[in-house]
Design a protein around this ligand. Sequence first.
Ligand SMILES: NC(=O)c1ccc[n+]([C@@H]2O[C@H](COP(=O)([O-])OP(=O)(O)OC[C@H]3O[C@@H](n4cnc5c(N)ncnc54)[C@H](OP(=O)(O)O)[C@@H]3O)[C@@H](O)[C@H]2O)c1
Length: 232
Amino acid sequence: MGGSSGIGEASAARFAADGAEVVITGRHQDRLDKAVERIGGHVTAHRMDGSVPADVDAFFEGSGPVDHLVLALSGSAGGGPLAELDLKDLAAGFDGKFWPYVRILQAALPRLREDASVTLVTAASARAAFPGTAGLAAVNGALEAMVAPLAAELAPLRVNAVSPGVVDTAWWDHVPAEQRRALFDGLAAVTPVGRVGRPDDIAQAVHALAANAFMTGVVLDCTGGANLSMGR
Ligand SMILES: NC(=O)c1ccc[n+]([C@@H]2O[C@H](COP(=O)([O-])OP(=O)(O)OC[C@H]3O[C@@H](n4cnc5c(N)ncnc54)[C@H](OP(=O)(O)O)[C@@H]3O)[C@@H](O)[C@H]2O)c1
């Protein structure tokens, strides 16, 4: 879900390279078509807005059995210092990510095989002490808090999350290019691996959690070590 760009697309590419039959979703058909071409393999696209319950229901009603579900819709609202945070913007943050993830998972349950896996792409901001990210922490922290209880409740189905640090994707397009470069360079300088993330870094972690039948209830940081130094 959210497979026409960034982390979702890179994850779809990892599964497709394994020979899996992959379905990617997103709101824009043109972006989906281009992603299908880039990914190659057994990939089909389905236009769907994850924040529209009727779209989500229709998608799963028409779907066959699902082995691995990856939730990677972008949700970017709700950031900024608390003093200036418009609560409507924070609510939009939940509407753009938290509620769609929960609704999609609920709608997917009848289609998920008994031993299927679900992987949520959350964000390391959920647990970082990084000023200006309390709203994003709330949205992603709420999802991360659900991972362990859902892993117990839905077993033997497995539920995990990958929690990325900053990754160079279209998610950052709202930041002007020069400012974005300065931000990435600054973060790279305080990140142990010396760079910000690439979509495939996160896709490798998503694929590993989906593939490993002995991992469930895990929130896996994939940050290049940035969470060790962020917020000091
Ligand atoms: N990039 C980062 O630094 C970073 C860091 C931590 C966590 N994350 C998380 O990683 C996830 C993926 O982000 P990304 O960086 O890969 O972003 P991205 O490159 O913007 O990709 C987002 C994907 O989600 C789709 N999408 C967005 N809203 C949707 C909706 N309502 N219904 C269906 N599809 C939707 C987009 O396609 P359409 O726009 O065509 O719908 C696109 O395919 C997000 O949850 C984000 O919070 C990202």
